[in-house]
Ligand binder design. Structure first.
Ligand code: AR6
Length: 204
């Protein structure tokens, strides 16, 4: 039996899946950060855009990234031939302070099929981290994919994002990434992440 006062290991449930995650690994804490602000200002190896299937730009964070990067980003994106929902493609960052932009295409939230929405959103995070690792990007910032124009409730999106990030960092390619920065912009995402991050990455 654990000594009195020893904190019990937390066993988390994956969002909607019912799949149990192993007890949270505190060694991962210093590799995940939460930041509120404009993702286009970050001088990291890669930032993750919330794009659409055309990859040709749009509103929200996508618009801000294309404005910041300048027209050469649009020209590179045009060569990519679009991207499937739940996946991602990588470009250069051009006039942005980051080296690379990873364009993830989140799902339009479907309240009649939340499981499929979650599967696709999880795919965005996992595929973006794989691309970052494959391209030597050791620091990666994520925008809150799908939680704006695409209508994904922040309280459902955040656990999917946190599960995918933790599984990746604990997985075979996890050591290829030093830092994952979760960037929030709207208060709803700030609230969700402030409450949920300690469950997935408990304070030491
Ligand atoms: N930095 C960080 N986060 C931001 C910024 C910024 N500069 N601007 C907005 N956000 P959204 P989606 C947050 O709508 O829901 C585009 O037209 C915002 O508060 O940008 O995936 C694309 O082309 C929200 O939490 O992306 C697609 O057509 C989060 O970014 C569609 O919107 C995502 O909101 C994608 O919709």
């Amino acid at each position: 039996a654990a000594a009195p006062g020893t904190p019990l290991p937390t066993t988390l449930l994956g969002p909607n899946t019912g799949a149990a995650l192993p007890p949270a690994s505190q060694s991962l804490n210093d590799r995940v950060a939460l930041l509120r602000g404009d993702i286009t200002t970050l001088a990291l190896d890669a930032i993750v855009n919330a794009a659409n299937r055309s990859l040709l730009g749009g509103g929200g964070v996508d618009g801000a990234i294309h404005r910041g990067a300048g027209p050469r980003l649009y020209h590179e994106c045009r060569e990519l031939g679009g991207c499937a929902t739940g996946s991602a493609k990588i470009t250069h960052g051009y006039m942005l302070p980051c080296q690379r932009v990873i364009h993830a295409v989140g799902p339009v939230y479907d309240p009649y099929d939340p499981g499929e929405s979650e599967r696709l959103l999880t795919g965005c995070y996992t595929r973006s981290l794989e691309l970052a690792a494959d391209h030597g990007c050791r620091s990666v910032a994520f925008s809150a994919i799908s939680t704006g124009i695409y209508g994904y409730p922040s309280w459902d999106a955040a656990p999917a994002a946190l599960s995918a990030i933790r599984r990746f960092l604990e997985g075979p390619q996890g050591s290829k990434i030093d830092k994952v920065v979760i960037v929030t912009f709207d208060m709803k995402d700030v609230d969700a992440y402030n409450e949920l991050i300690p469950l997935y990455f408990p304070p030491v």
